[in-house]
Design a protein around this ligand. Structure first.
Ligand code: AQP
Length: 338
């Protein structure tokens, strides 16, 4: 746990590298909205992370606005919470460079997300993709954030951010300067899986659009995707144990539980012994009822891109007021500034 010397502060972000999907929503965004009710929060569109794999410049600009619109449509309130895009606050890049020099090659070599994303093409991956977790650590620690709501897949990167914070504090003999941030991984759907393959996480970069529900999908698309979601021939089980070896069934039950704001146990009890066809109808109906209002609000917001840009600029101004003094202090500690 973080040391009590640091005030609780929440930081999290998402990459604008395509449409946000149900995994981003249930794994992270839904919790962000809850946390802003009783904590100070900073939510970022981490656009520099999106450059780690090739993205068309026009698409990136559009995606930054879409992700911002998705945050707001899902309930992030820019009047209460700081909302901005990373590249407008250059302190993130400055601190990331310092952290590149603190983190060890061996630590980054262990990151499973790099291995998955680089795949067989490791030698041809960008250096940015390799050092992505150092930039993520800088995003969080530039604000001395203590809590980071993320999906299960980001847990290892958070552990690395803690290692970097600890090593910086030791190397420069500043005990407790940076907090050791805690991941906040909650809810019944911390790892939403692909609708086509229960062993792979739902992801923006999956080639098959049928593998995910995008926050921009209309009701018909959502119903079709859930109807076509891969399942097995048996009815739904009546206990936790019955999900063993049935990852697709487990994934759909978790999605239902999270969307219904209930527990996994409640969802299992409700659908025990039922056929997938009936369950899928109810799941589709619930998904449409929760996602469609977000989609239409996103569309409305995207009708005024200048207003989105204005919100991001105002948020960047507030973000810099917090992180600039911290990064200036780090530059003094490291001797870059006398
Ligand atoms: N499938 C998921 N289930 C639960 N949470 C998820 N998150 C992502 N996928 C799932 C959470 O969403 C937040 C934002 O993630 P990101 O945009 O920074 O990048 P990512 O984790 O790499 O997301 P994607 O969709 O899988 O993108 P690609 O395809 O580019 O790799 C994070 O909190 C993440 O945990």
């Amino acid at each position: 746990m973080t040391t009590p010397t640091h005030k609780p502060l929440v930081f999290s972000g998402m990459q604008p590298n395509g449409n946000l999907h149900l995994g981003n929503y249930l794994g992270a965004l839904k919790n962000w909205v809850k946390m802003q009710q009783d904590m100070n929060c900073i939510y970022c569109v981490v656009d520099m992370h999106a450059l780690t794999t090739w993205v068309d410049p026009k698409e990136l600009t559009q995606s930054i606005r879409e992700v911002t619109a998705a945050y707001i449509a899902a309930g992030v309130d820019p009047a209460k919470t700081i909302l901005f895009n990373q590249s407008q606050v250059h302190e993130h890049a400055e601190l990331a460079w310092i952290f590149n020099c603190v983190a060890r090659m061996g630590w980054l070599n262990r990151m499973t997300q790099f291995k998955e994303k680089a795949g067989k093409n490791r030698e041809n991956s960008s250096v940015g993709l390799f050092v992505y977790p150092d930039l993520m650590a800088a995003d969080i620690l530039a604000y001395k954030a203590t809590h980071v709501p993320v999906g299960e897949d980001q847990k290892q990167h958070l552990e690395l951010a803690r290692d970097i914070a600890q090593k910086f504090n030791n190397d420069y003999n500043v005990p407790d300067y940076f907090p050791l941030p805690d991941p906040v991984i909650t809810g019944p759907a911390t790892r939403v899986m692909s609708l086509r393959d229960g062993s792979k996480k739902m992801s923006k970069s999956d080639e098959s659009d049928y593998s995910r529900i995008n926050l921009t999908d209309d009701a018909d698309a959502i119903v079709q995707k859930i109807r076509k979601a891969r399942t097995d021939p048996n009815p739904l089980p009546d206990s936790e144990k019955g999900f063993e070896g049935r990852p697709e069934a487990e994934n759909l039950i978790n999605i239902y539980a999270a969307l219904a704001d209930g527990t996994r146990e409640q969802a299992i009890a409700r659908f025990a012994g039922r056929q997938f066809s009936g369950f899928k109808n109810e799941l589709a109906e619930l998904t449409v009822s929760k996602i469609s209002p977000i989609t239409s609000e996103m569309r409305r917001l995207l009708g005024d891109p200048a207003e989105i840009d204005r919100i991001l600029k105002a948020g960047a101004h507030k973000a810099r007021a917090i992180c600039a003094p911290i990064v200036a202090e780090v530059k003094r500690m490291t001797g870059l500034v006398g």
